[in-house]
Design a protein around this ligand. Structure first.
Ligand code: MG
Length: 407
């Protein structure tokens, strides 16, 4: 779909009224100093039709939040350092307002501690009727964040649905509101889990041609065997993710020096997340950039990680969604750190949300929806090794035939 002139005008209006500025943390973007971050959403309100859709109901209409548990079936059993699984539970969300529906998702890999039950319990506490319009995003999402600590994926499911809803009401995709070119994105890695040589080689052959960089799960005694198995099939650039698996810094550095010779281009979470002194030393000595994943969750973590890691892996499910992901991206770049966009095993709903805000980042790991057999959304797609958002407004998704509409 081509952008219409109407969309362009709306987007320009969004930028002119400071919408993108309002999404930045105060003090981060010096060039836009003096434009007050909005807490009331006034600039956004001005873009929405009065009372919702033209000729719609009175402005007293309320947002309606609803949810549904859904289990993602993985195409392959997935093994990382310490865990193995065949499915991932998620909770899908909807926020409806004036006949428009925004979609969201909480993905719940077991090691992060949230469950479908805990997400639903959290969502039941949310009362969106206290807000008169979805455009008050800052107020709404701050309220949601303050309901309880943690529950990051549950919060993300509301954040994503609200972004989708507001983007649809304005009629533009979020990458336009962020001022990003949706095609200027890094190649996504495709993750190869820890497995036997034959399985690793087979999985690698399967994806050759579709991807320009692969990610290998390491962090155990099989690391060199895994890399050699992949190298016997391809010389594509590789990223590695140790998932905290290397326990000693000298062992980690030895491995990184070997990996460098094998054409590896970056290392994710080499050591346990709290061993920041060891990781800072490793980053100093390493010829490859070292990215935080388990060591970083939210915006408030960033200052203590400067000088410890080369960069951070931002994931919507860790950081409560698009609002905070955008702030983290901007703060990390202001601190001189590299940035990558990551994901959990997710449907195209959450992947499409991530695809809105990662143009210009250093790396991407957005293969989550490609790993599942029952994706219930059509959205961002793999094109020449990159995950590209659709031209649709909001987060750019449409529920497909696997989506149960009875809720
Ligand atoms: Mg990781």
């Amino acid at each position: 779909m081509q952008h219409s002139r109407r969309q362009f005008i709306k987007t320009s209006a969004a930028i002119a009224t400071g919408l993108s500025v309002a999404l930045l943390p105060a003090g981060v973007n010096a060039g836009q100093k003096g434009m007050k971050p909005s807490s009331s959403g006034n600039s956004l309100s001005s873009l929405l039709p009065a009372g919702g859709k033209a000729g719609g109901k009175a402005p007293s209409a309320k947002m309606k939040l609803s949810w549904r548990a859904y289990d993602l079936a993985l195409k392959h059993t997935f093994t990382i350092s310490g865990f193995s699984r065949k499915s991932t539970p998620v909770v899908l969300t909807k926020i409806e307002y004036e006949g428009v529906t925004g979609y969201g998702e909480a993905s719940l890999p077991p090691y992060l501690g949230e469950t479908q039950a805990s997400v639903i319990e959290f969502l039941k506490k949310i009362d969106l009727s206290r807000f008169s319009t979805p455009s008050h995003m800052e107020d709404i999402l701050t309220y949601v964040d303050n309901i309880a600590i943690n529950n990051s994926a549950a919060k993300a499911s509301v954040d994503i649905a609200l972004h989708d809803l507001v983007g649809k009401m304005i009629g533009v995709p979020w990458y336009n509101m962020y001022g990003l070119d949706k095609t200027e994105v890094p190649y996504t890695t495709f993750t190869i889990g820890i497995d036997s040589d034959d399985v690793v080689k087979e999985k690698t052959r399967e994806v050759l041609g579709d991807f320009n960089i692969l990610k290998v799960k390491v962090g155990g005694p099989d690391d060199k065997r895994m890399i050699k198995a992949i190298r016997s099939v391809t010389d594509l650039p590789l990223a590695v993710d140790a998932n905290q698996g290397w326990k000693e810094r000298l062992e980690a550095l030895d491995m990184i020096l070997w990996l460098k010779e094998e054409g590896i281009v970056m290392v994710e979470q080499p050591m346990p997340k709290l061993k920041l002194d060891d990781i800072a030393w490793l980053t100093e000595e390493s010829p490859l950039p070292i990215f935080a994943d388990e060591s970083v969750q939210r915006l408030s973590d960033l200052h203590r990680l400067k000088g410890v890691f080369s960069g951070i892996n931002i994931k919507l499910m860790k950081c409560t969604g698009m609002r905070e992901a955008w702030k983290m991206r901007n703060l990390a770049e202001a601190l001189g750190m590299k940035v990558m966009m990551g994901c959990m095993t997710e449907t195209s709903c959450a992947i499409s949300a991530a695809s809105q805000l990662y143009a210009g980042m250093d790396f991407a790991d957005l293969d989550g929806a490609l790993l599942i057999a029952n994706d219930c959304f059509d959205g961002a797609t793999l094109q020449n090794g990159k995950i590209i958002a659709t031209d649709l407004p909001g987060i750019g998704v449409v529920p497909n035939k696997l989506f149960d509409t009875n809720w």
